[in-house]
Design a protein around this ligand. Structure first.
Ligand SMILES: Nc1ncnc2c1ncn2[C@@H]1O[C@H](COP(=O)(O)OP(=O)(O)OP(=O)(O)O)[C@@H](O)[C@H]1O
Ligand SMILES: [Mg+2]
Length: 376
């Protein structure tokens, strides 16, 4: 009959490919039971329930134990490490976070969406990113608008190409003041129509999250396409911890549409962290304000959802021009009224976020990039 020592020695040859140590050393072997008929029961505790490298452990444990003389079968069950055990593991590994997924080092994920197109999601995303960065935060921007991507232009990165690094991970492009940007625009020719839907789209977004070397970020902002379709669904599935900012314009119609996306966020159980009203009047260079798109929509929606109205962003020429200038107005003209409003929104976001690293994230494999995205 096999001995416990033999079983533990065998298990000591199973290496966790992410943590680069064997599962016995890592304290991941929970339970070993040896039956008289030569069947061995083993429980291995993984770092996350949806561990994508489960198969690796399955195969590793099975073949290691079956190689022991007298073993007739293996019953392997998986469990998840408790928070306490993870803490101990972190201590053992001497690092602050566990590589639980590609976003394991991203503290906050915020999706910027709206039901309707053209309300300023992309401009708001880029400028919030800039304002968070100015506030000393490390920031990434993921352009999830695969059909009408605009972040490359917003950050002066048009024509840029994404490359994989030595670890076979996609490197984000680095925009002004170190903001990391990933967009489908870095994978396809300019103006190329991306017609992906369904599985192809899902795969591309998944790669943006899992195969991109985002590194340690305080904030990852996600610029959503207009509407409440495929992309939002996919992201909500992949990022259950993401929060949602809804951009709306002051008039009632836009607000109705924005409410629809709010309903979706609620349905998908993403937390809505606030509303940003954009195009809240035009302030002329003399400082006189004209409410060209009406008034009050943002406040109404925020009250309706019982979330804060994070900012009312006026229409300004500077913000309009920055779209082509490749430098968010928060960087290029921080005194501009739109920049000021978005800077204060960023400060409110920071004040709201008291959470600390790390947070549970996408259960992402450290697998090589199985390029479904065309790479330069
Ligand atoms: N506060 C503002 N002041 C001046 N121009 C603005 C403002 N907000 C947005 N714009 C302009 O409005 C246009 C649409 O903005 P943007 O691309 O950010 O909207 P969007 O909601 O992302 O659009 P889409 O739904 O197409 O993705 C852009 O030309 C942008 O420069
Ligand atoms: Mg946009």
């Amino acid at each position: 009959m096999p001995t416990r020592d033999q079983v533990y020695t065998a298990l000591g040859s199973v290496i966790d490919p992410e943590l680069h140590k064997d599962i016995v050393t890592l304290g991941m072997v929970r339970n070993v039971e040896i039956h008289a008929n030569g069947v061995i029961d083993v429980t291995v505790a993984l770092t996350t329930a949806g561990c994508p490298i489960r198969d690796h452990f399955q195969n590793g444990v099975n073949s290691a134990i079956r190689a022991i003389d007298g073993v007739t079968g293996v019953n392997l069950t998986f469990d998840v490490l408790s928070d306490q055990e993870k803490q101990a593991l972190r201590g053992k590994l001497g690092r602050a976070t566990l590589p639980e997924g590609a976003l394991a080092e991203v503290a906050h994920v915020i999706c910027v969406g709206s039901g309707k197109g053209g309300v300023g999601k992309s401009s708001v995303t880029a400028n919030l990113a800039a304002a968070l960065s100015r506030a000393g935060k490390s920031v990434g921007v993921m352009d999830a608008d695969v059909w009408g991507y605009s972040q490359p232009r917003m950050f002066g990165l048009s024509g840029g190409r994404a490359h994989a690094n030595a670890a076979r991970k996609i490197e984000p492009l680095v925009g002004p003041e170190g903001i990391k940007v990933v967009s489908i625009g870095f994978f396809v020719e300019e103006e190329a129509a991306v017609v992906w839907r369904g599985p192809m789209l899902h795969k591309a977004l998944q790669q943006f999250l899992e195969d991109v070397e985002w590194g340690r970020l305080d904030y990852l902002l996600i610029d959503l396409p207009p509407g409440t379709g495929d992309v939002s669904m996919t992201l909500a599935q992949l990022l259950p911890q993401a929060k949602f900012i809804i951009v709306t314009t002051p008039q009632a119609v836009a607000q109705t549409v924005a409410r629809r996306s709010a309903e979706m966020a609620t349905k998908l159980e993403l937390e809505i962290c606030g509303v940003i009203e954009n195009m809240s009047g035009f302030t002329n260079p003399e400082g006189v304000s004209y409410p060209i798109f009406g008034e009050g929509g943002g406040r109404l929606l925020a009250e309706d959802l019982d979330v804060p109205l994070l900012a009312q962003v006026p229409l300004t020429l500077a913000l309009r021009e920055q779209s082509d200038g490749g430098l968010p107005v928060v960087f290029s003209a921080p005194e501009d009224a739109a920049a000021v409003a978005l800077t204060s929104a960023a400060k409110r976001l920071i004040a709201m976020d008291t959470a600390v690293l790390p947070m549970a994230s996408v259960a992402a494999p450290a697998k090589p990039v199985g390029m479904s995205l065309p790479m330069a």
